[in-house]
Design a protein around this ligand. Structure first.
Ligand SMILES: [Zn+2]
Length: 67
């Protein structure tokens, strides 16, 4: 899905896959439950708690933002 961020930025979000990499600036993740954004700097986890709604979400249920 296309997600408009504040300012002139928008990102395309696609499901996390085994090739997802954070890069040196990290990547934004979109929570499938609350559509809250969390930033990650690596993908060496199997589940992560959403910083907005607190639910534990499996890696491949998150969507990762691509410019
Ligand atoms: Zn959430």
């Amino acid at each position: 899905m296309r997600y408009a961020l504040s300012g002139p930025y928008s990102l395309d979000f696609k499901p996390v896959n085994p090739r997802s990499r954070a890069g040196k600036n990290g990547k934004l993740l979109l929570c499938p439950h609350c559509k809250g954004l969390s930033r990650v700097y690596h993908f060496s986890w199997s589940a992560l708690s959403c910083q907005t709604c607190g639910k534990s979400i499996n890696k491949y249920d998150w969507e990762v933002g691509h410019k």
